[in-house]
Design a protein around this ligand. Structure first.
Ligand code: ADP
Length: 260
């Protein structure tokens, strides 16, 4: 796996309304294909860090580079393009309640103008991958929390992002659903090489999966564990069909879209 830096922070500070700095002097490099936990007490600045990466918040000082580009020098259009290469999963699922599961997952493809026949194929594959193939036509509210979160993961993976940012994605889930979700993220990381930063304060999750940890405390960021693009083996919690075939097929579809 290539070891290219995909996210780079140099002496970054962040604040809201020029009040107290939430983050101060934050510097780190994240390699393409890495998987990190982002930990810290509530209010420490985890969401702020993710917002800085996703370009929803501008740094007060310092430099943020994404895919090797200095974000301060980018136009609005450039930033929109960068965002197309990233996806976010939130604690609250953030699905559109008036739309079916299928339409929720299809949305990012439709806004990118992908032909409907391809949308149908891809959404079916991804829903199978998250184990929700049978629920395409129902509304999110008819699903359990764990299922709704898997819909939001399907919606995130459908555009094959290079970077996935997850903000307390297991916060509302029981242990079994949290494990299942983690398994999906690990597959995404391993099979697609997606760089993942997953904010959590679930210590059990961090003990189980042992990914390196970016820890936010006292407005600063530290690292715990080996910073590495190598991801530990997934704990065998997934009982469904192997996703490998879906992913191979999915990759082909994306190649076709890319070449269209
Ligand atoms: P975490 O995700 O670790 O819980 P946040 O990044 O959400 O932390 O918040 C860090 C700090 O920034 C907190 O003190 C919070 O109150 C403050 N904060 C977050 N969002 C805003 C906002 N929109 N306006 C003002 N302050 C904010």
């Amino acid at each position: 796996m290539e070891e290219k830096t995909i996210i780079s922070f140099a002496n970054v500070a962040a604040a809201y309304d020029n009040a107290t700095e939430v983050l101060t002097d934050v510097s780190f490099n994240i390699s393409s294909g890495a998987f990190y936990f982002l930990s810290g007490a509530s209010g420490a600045g985890k969401t702020t860090l993710l917002r800085l990466i996703y370009q929803l918040h501008k740094p007060l000082r310092g430099q943020i580079k994404l895919f090797g580009k200095n974000t301060a020098e980018l136009t609005r259009d450039d930033i929109a393009m960068l965002r197309h290469r990233m996806a976010i999963v939130f604690q609250e699922y953030s699905l559109l309640s008036h739309m079916t599961v299928f339409d929720n997952v299809a949305l990012p493809l439709r806004v990118r103008g992908i032909a409907e026949a391809k949308v149908k194929k891809l959404v079916a594959k991804v829903l199978d991958w998250v184990g929700l193939g049978k629920f395409a036509d129902v509304k999110p509210m008819e699903l359990s929390g764990g299922q709704q979160q898997r819909v939001s993961v399907a919606r995130a993976i459908i555009v094959q992002p290079s970077i996935l940012l997850a903000d307390e994605p297991t916060g509302n889930l029981d242990d079994e659903n949290a494990s299942r979700l983690m398994e999906l993220f690990i597959q995404m990381n391993k099979l697609f090489g997606t760089t993942i930063i997953l904010a959590t304060h679930n210590t059990k999750l961090m003990e189980t999966y042992k990914f390196p940890v970016i820890h936010v405390e006292n407005h600063r960021v530290g690292f715990v564990g080996k910073s590495s693009a190598t991801v530990p083996e997934a704990k065998k919690v997934w009982k469904g069909p192997t996703p490998k075939n879906y992913f191979t097929e999915l990759s082909k579809q994306f190649d076709e879209i890319g070449n269209a």
